[in-house]
Design a protein around this ligand. Sequence first.
Ligand SMILES: N[C@@H](Cc1c[nH]cn1)C(=O)NCC(=O)O
Length: 432
Amino acid sequence: MSYPATVRSAWIVWTVGLATYFVAIFHRSSLAVAGLVATERFDISAAQLATFTMLQLAVYAAMQIPVGLLVDRFGSRSILLTGAAILTLAQAGFAVADSYSAALVARLFVGIGDAMTFICVLRLVNAWFAPGRVPLITQLTGVVGQLGSIVAAVPMTWALGHLGWTAAYGIAASFGLVAALVALIVLHDQPGTRTLRGPRLSLTAIKRSLTTSWQQPGTRLGFWVHFTTQFAQNAFALLWGYPFLVKGEGLSPTVASVLLTLMVVSLIAAGPAMGWFTGRHPWQRSTLALAIVGVIATAWTVVLAWPGRAPLGVLIVLVMIIGLGGPGSMIGFDLGRTSNPIERLASATGIINQAGFVASLTVVVAIGAILDWRTPAGGTDYTPDAFRWAMSFQYVLWALGAVQIWRYRVRGRAHALRLDPLARTRTALQPT
Ligand SMILES: N[C@@H](Cc1c[nH]cn1)C(=O)NCC(=O)O
């Protein structure tokens, strides 16, 4: 294959992988606008509705290491296709589910299928693009994928209102089928190889792969970067942002929705710039991550310390800064990339990716528990004061994460300098 043909193929493979990830995020977010309809259809409470989100997050996080190992063993194409098939069937099951328990099972499988997508796409990016391009393409992957959450909102609201539950989710399920068919025809695991197979998965091989990845200071640094940067954005977008803005800050539902969209716009705008910085200044990746955590924590401090309700302008700045956590978390994957060989990359990515989702789940659950504790009358009539207590829980994870980032940054830098005394000045770090 000539060089330009390979480059063309790389973009085609990436576009198809990206489309599958976009559809996965569409499915992941498709419940966000269906909350009210879901409570009526399954006759459930707000807490039971929140269980859908928590279950999906928990399954997603728990699947990351097994999926990473499977991708290293069976290749991105096979696992991506399996994930797309599971997602399609799960979403179709959700379309026809008529009881809460059936719907929970369907959402569990949505979480499993979703968990099989992102790692595969990142593995494809690393197999098809030159190392110097990977940071930017990785960020673009995250950014375009997040568009799936915006795109899910409007058509799903319309479809639920006009076509009803079964048709709306049935049509959504069919998107996965189309994405899987295109992926089946087009995807190749790497240039010239349709299906790549790694070494057999024995218990010893699994242990060796995970231990070796985890022993790399860069993997641990990536883990803590992902852990610390992304939970504020996830907890806000997936569950608590809307009630905080409406009940805690007194905004109208429309303005609160606009602010949530603004958060995604900020994340999309910041992604390419962070991709450029990560590629250009690899030595300063953890500095950027720490700076992002610092501004997010500062913005929250301003809002939480504001006497009474914060002005709209301050809340706009808050959501735009929270959005930085999404692309910020992608720095973690780049640290994993330059610390592990490609044969072990997917399992290292799985280790790193689970961190942010474990942190997000912890924050989502803790905020709910603190809100219940601080709401004397019970129910969901949360007060601004209850939100102040609940949102302050985030400081615990920011502090823990920042200390760990600092520790592994020191160790990681010392390790990199031992391998290459000029590492500090390199603009394109190669996988070690
Ligand atoms: N942090 C996210 C991705 C992201 C990129 N920009 C904003 N968010 C992440 O870890 N993604 C994994 C996934 O499956 O979506």
